[in-house]
Ligand binder design. Structure first.
Ligand code: SAM
Ligand code: DTB
Ligand code: SF4
Length: 328
C-alpha cells in the first residue's frame, strides 16, 4: 500500500512511525509515492543568488549573514538590477529552470521591494520561473509581488515549533506562519521547508514536517536543508547529522507531501554522492544548482551534471514544468 492521498491531519505518532520504519521499507514506500506523481528520473534545478548579503538584524543561530556573528561575511547593499540579470542569464544558459533571489532582511522596505520587482520582471522576461526570499512579508507586499508576476516565495519554518526557541529569538514561529499565510493569500506558490542537523531530535524533525504538511495547502516546494556549519555562528560546532537520517527526512517529506517538489537543498557540498543518490531515490526532485548557495559553496555545475549522468537523471526543463502545470 502506498497511500499517497493528500492529507493535512498528520499526528506525531504517525510521522514517528514512518521515521521508525526499516530504512529500505521507508525508502521503498517514498519512491512508490514519488512515482505516482512525478517522473522519477527528472530533477528540477533552481539557481540561487544573494541579492543583498549580510548585516541582517535577526539572530538565527545557523546563519552566516546575521550581523551579530563574526563569520567573515561582509554586509553589502542591494545589488543593481543589471548585475542580477547578467547572473540569471548565465543560470539559464547552464540549464536552471528557476532563479531564486535571497536578501538578508528581517523584512523588505517598500523602496527595496520596487527594486526587487524590477529583478523579478527581468528574470521572468528571460523565460525563467522566479522565487524570492526577503524575510517577513505583509499582505499588501505579497499582493504587490504577485502583481509583478512572482512565481514562488521562499520562507522556511526552519524547525519544529518546540525547538524554534533554541534557534531564533528575534521573531516567532507564528510570525513565520503569518508570512506564509500572506503569501498563500496573494496567490503566490509557497516554498517552505527547514534545516536539519541543528541539534534537534527526530521528534522535532517530524514536528517540522507536520507544520508544513498540516498547512491548509501543502507548500508547492519544500526545501530540506542540511545545516551548513559556518565558523562564527553559534551552531558551528554542532554534531553532524547521520546522512541516513537526512535521507529518512526526505522520504518522510515525500510521503507526507506527495505532490510537492522536495528539494535536497543546502549541505550538498559536503554530502557524499551516494547519500545524494539515496535522497533522489527517497523522492527528492529538486536541487540548488550553481557553485554558490547564498554565501557558502555548492557543488560545481559540471560535478552535478556528471552525477546526473551516472544516475540517468535529467534536469526538468521549463517545458516539462508547463506540461506538469497543464496536467493539474
Ligand atoms: N532573510 C530571509 C529569511 O530568513 O527569511 C531570507 C534569507 S535566509 C538566508 C533563507 C533560509 O536559508 C533560512 O530560512 C534558512 O532556512 C536557510 N539557511 C540560512 N543559513 C543556513 C545554513 N547555514 N545552513 C542551512 N540553511 C541555511
Ligand atoms: C533554502 O531553504 N535554502 C537556501 C534558500 N532557501 C534561500 C539558502 C541556503 C543558505 C545556506 C547558507 C548560505 O549559503 O549562506
Ligand atoms: Fe537574517 Fe535570514 Fe540569516 Fe535569519 S536566516 S539571520 S533572517 S538572513
Amino acid at each position: 500500500m502506498t497511500d499517497s492521498s493528500i492529507r493535512h491531519d498528520w499526528t506525531l505518532d504517525q510521522v514517528e512511525a514512518l521515521y521508525n520504519l526499516p530504512f529500505n521499507d521507508l525508502v521503498f514506500r517514498a519512491q512508490s509515492v514519488h512515482r505516482e506523481h512525478f517522473d522519477p528520473n527528472k530533477v528540477q534545478l533552481s539557481t540561487l543568488l544573494s541579492i543583498k548579503t549580510g548585516g541582517c538584524p535577526e539572530d538565527c543561530k545557523y546563519c552566516p549573514q546575521a550581523a551579530q556573528y563574526t563569520t567573515g561575511v561582509e554586509a553589502e547593499k542591494l545589488m543593481p538590477v543589471e548585475t542580477v540579470l547578467e547572473d540569471a542569464k548565465r543560470a539559464k544558459a547552464n540549464g536552471a529552470s528557476r532563479y531564486c533571489m535571497g536578501a538578508a532582511w528581517r523584512n523588505p522596505k517598500d523602496k527595496d521591494l520596487d527594486q526587487v520587482i524590477e529583478m523579478i520582471q527581468g528574470v521572468r522576461g528571460l523565460g525563467m520561473e522566479t522565487c524570492v526570499t526577503l524575510g517577513m512579508l505583509t499582505g499588501p507586499q505579497a499582493q504587490k509581488l504577485k502583481a509583478a508576476g512572482l512565481d514562488y516565495y521562499n520562507h522556511n519554518v526552519d524547525t519544529s515549533r518546540d525547538y524554534y526557541g533554541e534557534v531564533i529569538t528575534s521573531r516567532t514561529y507564528d510570525d513565520r506562519l503569518d508570512t506564509l499565510e500572506n503569501v498563500r493569500g496573494a496567490g503566490i506558490n509557497v516554498c517552505s521547508g527547514g534545516i536539519v542537523g541543528m541539534g534537534e531530535t527526530r521528534a522535532d524533525r517530524a514536528g517540522m514536517l507536520i507544520t508544513l504538511a498540516n498547512l491548509p495547502q501543502h507548500p508547492e516546494s519544500v526545501p530540506i536543508n542540511m545545516l551548513v556549519q559556518v565558523e562564527g555562528t553559534p551552531f558551528f560546532d554542532m554534531d553532524k547529522l547521520d546522512g541516513f537520517e537526512f535521507v529518512r527526512t526526505i522520504a518522510v517529506a515525500r510521503i507526507m507531501m506527495p505532490e510537492s517538489f522536495v528539494r535536497l537543498s543546502a549541505g550538498r557540498e559536503t554530502m557524499p554522492e551516494g547519500i545524494q543518490a539515496l535522497c533522489f531515490l527517497a523522492g527528492a526532485n529538486s536541487i540548488f544548482y550553481g557553485e554558490k548557495l547564498l554565501t557558502t559553496p555548492n557543488p560545481e555545475n559540471n560535478r552535478d551534471m556528471a552525477m546526473f549522468e551516472r544516475l540517468g537523471i535529467e534536469p526538468l526543463r521549463s517545458e516539462d514544468l508547463a506540461t506538469l502545470n497543464a496536467a493539474e
